[in-house]
Write a protein of this length. Structure first.
Length: 199
């Protein structure tokens, strides 16, 4: 037993903090959510929070990890469903950007650069590099297979994979493009990149 809690109580409280955190971070973001707002609904004191997570950022990262595990099969499905690389790239980017635009937690994170900066402060440069490499590693094998078969073009499979992933940054510029034109612009860019990368 640690901190007066049984193992089952610790697990229950940890899961409740994750659930509360997901809701609050989705609505208000990391910086505007207080420890008390996380702990009050769970029935523990704010100081007790630190028996479960080192910081709000650590809780946020835990939630993002879980979110990623849940989303990953859905995001990668187009690579398994489509034999044609162009169709697979279009499907992947459309699904990825739909998720960023409609998932409140991801949207809050992507649209608020302060949130990203706070999370980056909790990583070393080596960890940030590893995270970037890992995000590519999920779909890089598909790109490598297409590259080896001469179905996609570019300096290397890694550069092609980075080019695909970079399209998702367009979501940061919805207001610059204008909400009335954004969706059509986004879909055109997705199709253009997919077509341009495939032989």
């Amino acid at each position: 037993m640690s901190g007066g809690f049984s193992d089952s109580e610790r697990e229950r409280i940890r899961e409740q903090l994750v659930a509360e955190g997901r809701g609050l971070f989705s609505r208000y973001g990391l910086s505007k959510t207080t420890i008390a707002e996380l702990t009050d609904p769970v029935g523990i004191a704010p100081s007790t929070f630190y028996q479960f997570f080192d910081s709000k950022e650590a809780l946020y990262l835990e939630i993002l990890d879980r979110e990623g595990e849940e989303l990953l099969p859905r995001m990668l499905a187009p690579f398994e469903e489509h034999d044609d690389p162009e169709d697979a790239i279009v499907g992947f980017l459309t699904g990825l950007m739909d998720e960023i635009e409609t998932n409140p937690l991801l949207r809050q994170l992507v649209m608020d650069t302060d949130e990203l900066d706070r999370l980056r402060e909790h990583h070393t440069e080596a960890e940030l590099h590893e995270d970037r490499e890992q995000s590519l590693a999920y779909f890089l094998p598909y790109v490598e297979a297409w590259y080896a078969a001469g179905e996609v073009e570019g300096p290397s499979p890694v550069v092609v994979a980075n080019a695909i992933r970079s399209v998702s940054f367009l979501t940061l510029h919805q207001e610059d493009i204008g909400q009335d034109r954004y969706r059509e612009t986004r879909d055109l860019v997705i199709r253009a990149v997919a077509k341009g990368l495939t032989a």
